[in-house]
Design a protein around this ligand. Sequence first.
Ligand code: GLN
Length: 533
Amino acid sequence: MLQTKYIFVTGGVTSSLGKGIISASLAKLLQARGYLVTIQKLDPYINVDPGTLNPYEHGECYVTEDGAETDLDLGHYERFLGIPTSQANNVTTGRIYQSVINKERRGDYLGKTVQVIPHITDEIKRRIKMLGSRNKVDFVITEIGGTVGDIESLPYIEAVRQLKWELGDRNALSIHLTLVPYLQASGELKTKPTQHSVKMLLENGVQPNILVLRTEHELSDEIRKKVALFCNVDVESVIQSIDVNTIYEVPILMQIEKLDVIVMKKMGIDSVGTPEMRPWKKFLKSLQNPRHSVRIALVGKYVELADAYISINESFKHAGAANLCAVEMDYIHSEDIDEYNCTELLKDHDGILVAPGFGDRGIDGKILAARYARENNIPFLGICLGLQCAVIEFARNVLKLEKAHSTEMSLKTPDPVIDLMEEQKGITEKGGTMRLGAYPCILVKGTKVHAAYGVEEISERHRHRYEFNNKYLDVFTNAGMVPAGINPDTSLVEIMEIRAHKWFIGVQFHPEYNSTVLKPHPLFVSFIKSAMS
Ligand code: GLN
């Protein structure tokens, strides 16, 4: 075990350059060399966590096993590394200020004026170092959200400056990611934005040790030398990150660029041998050489923004590769579906997924999609609200409870087949108050889910307030929609499936948070297999 090493990843020029993927790729390479690694995301916004953010604002809200609502980059970290993250892996400015203000109210600062430096920066540093000491890891990779030069990022950059100084070059290092744009008219790659971005970091007292340059075209030696000269880094530490078809190629590209070797060299670690990337390459080969293909309809209300369902999309890639099957996704807005066009919109699909969500908007389209899948024997996966829609649909059209609904949408329904959980009643605060995180579930023998998982007890992550109303359990079971997974402690229904259907499964939890590159999720694998047949 090494003394914990800290690596900071910042970004400049524009947002969305893929800092999360670069951080996860470096972490993967270090992990594949046998080191213990964890990745942390520091988000400069003032929300205490992204749980209260609309997906249009910030993409999906990812949920950890310990029930933290976090940034979607944590999903990438888990999918790449295959190890769980926790609340400590995602820190926002809101959370930092909340703890500093709580300390101030308790009188912990003994009459001092509480200031950004040192109090806010100390709290940031504490949360970075805590991750290393508590988890006893060799490397903590800390990704700073936003772009250098943003006002709200300043305290984080200052904390990086202080930590680099305190820990020394061997124990702390910074990687800066920028964009090298290509000017079509002159046919040239331009390095000026990178130079400016590094200058901005230098103004804040941080000299990056490694530069990762995002580019559409190969960087020549000349360009690398020029960047090295202007930015005080050695030429071997100027790394290109060229656009690729899939994020899963990035670790391999970073290995070719020797990012892991350079990091280790700078931190005084012997870098003999190579990372064990064979299982990863095998996955990549399957992903890139499919023999089959399926078309899946994803019915949801945030379909304009692909990041809103990123974990579901990635789960399909993992499951597709496991089946040597290309999964073509069609995003269908649930508000666009009505009873007249439903067949037209859905008929060419091999499988239908109804996505998680909140509130009334688009609910009728989701219910229609569940009905179409049920009546036409099309493989169906309903996740969270998707399960709830399938239950409402079954109640209305099979059990003839025509006004059945969820009390989330209709408080006056005579048949609340989906109802608020007992412990949710009386809760008025929105942040962090749902049923969150991992809970156990016992699978019922003889069901399709039991066959898919191949085990009796599972643990899956949750993010919801409403649940299947157990008063209706018998009528559903007698009509053929049966409970296939039950929480052993609370008897909450976790999974419903329709026995007579080819593959019709609704889950109250979110399997998509548990799918990783090397361990595709069994439900997604089984869903794709069924869609292929
Ligand atoms: N809105 C539903 C609930 O709160 C479903 C939530 C979800 O799909 N994540 O129970």
